[in-house]
Design a protein around this ligand. Structure first.
Ligand SMILES: O=C(O)CCC(=O)C(=O)O
Length: 301
């Protein structure tokens, strides 16, 4: 008959064997805590901040693995219609993850929200980008020029760009209008493209946060930014675009007479006087109707 200590040993051995059989992947993804001492301010115009080591190497590799087989040519939003169109302005490939796609993605999304002080629901799902030799994203704004893209969540207020790989040369994120562009020293390790503005070198795990709107919610032209061409090596990055309001709320369908509110908060805004204070957005005009015509009581006009 087995003694007490023998059976305890047997029990512990079984527990050990079970633990070996469990998926190992969780073990390497320890929940990273937001650490403000790793953040430095890069520029005030635009407001831009760098977080060193925002993602672990394992998190970077995991995001790349989720995306690698699903990449498609990157698109841009047409300034007039807001529709996604192919353009020589952006030659990378990419794909969107799903929000909270798995525990690793959910933890990263939560960390972004903690860092930016903006609720997770205001964020789009993370976009993974891949730049091969010569591929780039010409300088552009992340805020929109068309109304269709502002209907859900309003303007993009901020962007968090996470670098998932190191690259030997090129691939810098560049801010051509930044105040710091003349004072940033650059040696030969920078690409020529990077010399045309304030630039950030991609380093695996680092994250760049910049704001596309001023604190008074007007658009910031200094937030113009792009990705310099990859020269030696390839670049992987992940973008989280964050809006001024929730990006998760489902919009009501437009009725045949075009007189449904286009935002769930229209009635509340109308009550506090936004139809008069913010007529462009709320009421609009014949050519470009506003988003809250029903709540503003202008449907028959
Ligand atoms: O990958 C980069 O450095 C820039 C990406 C970018 O501009 C964007 O996603 O809006």
């Amino acid at each position: 008959m087995a003694s007490f200590s023998d059976s305890s040993l047997l029990f512990l051995s079984i527990l050990f064997l079970i633990s070996l059989a469990l998926p190992r992947s969780d073990a390497k993804f320890t929940r990273a805590v937001f650490n403000p001492t790793r953040v430095t301010q890069l520029s005030w115009n635009p407001r831009a901040f760098l977080y060193k080591g925002f993602l672990s190497d394992d998190e970077c590799d995991h995001l790349i693995t989720l995306a690698r087989d699903k990449l498609e040519k990157s698109m841009v939003a047409d300034n007039e219609s807001g529709k996604s169109v192919a353009s020589e302005v952006r030659t990378s490939s990419g794909m969107f993850l799903e929000k909270h796609q798995d525990d690793v993605v959910a933890a990263i999304e939560q960390r972004i929200s903690t860092w930016t002080f903006i609720p997770e629901e205001n964020g789009e799902s993370i976009q993974i980008l891949h730049y091969k030799n010569g591929e780039k994203y010409e300088p552009h704004f992340d805020y929109f020029h068309d109304k269709n893209n502002q209907a859900l969540g309003g303007h993009r207020i901020a962007t968090v760009l996470m670098y998932l790989s190191n690259i030997e040369k090129g691939g810098e994120t560049i801010f051509p209008n930044s105040e710091g562009k003349l004072s940033q020293p650059k040696d030969d390790t920078w690409s020529d493209c990077a010399k045309n503005g304030y630039a950030v070198k991609p380093r695996k795990g680092d994250a760049l946060l910049f704001f596309s709107l001023h604190p008074d919610a007007t658009t910031d032209e200094n937030s113009l930014h792009g990705s310099c061409p990859a020269i030696k090596g390839e670049k992987w990055s992940a973008t989280k675009w964050i809006h001024v309001r929730s990006f998760d709320r489902v919009m009501p369908q437009q009725s045949a007479d075009g007189c449904e509110d286009q935002n769930v908060q229209c009635a509340q805004w109308a009550t506090v006087g936004e139809c008069a204070k913010n007529p462009n957005y709320m009421v609009g005009n014949k050519k470009s109707p506003g988003f809250c015509r029903k709540s503003c009581g202008v449907c028959s006009q």
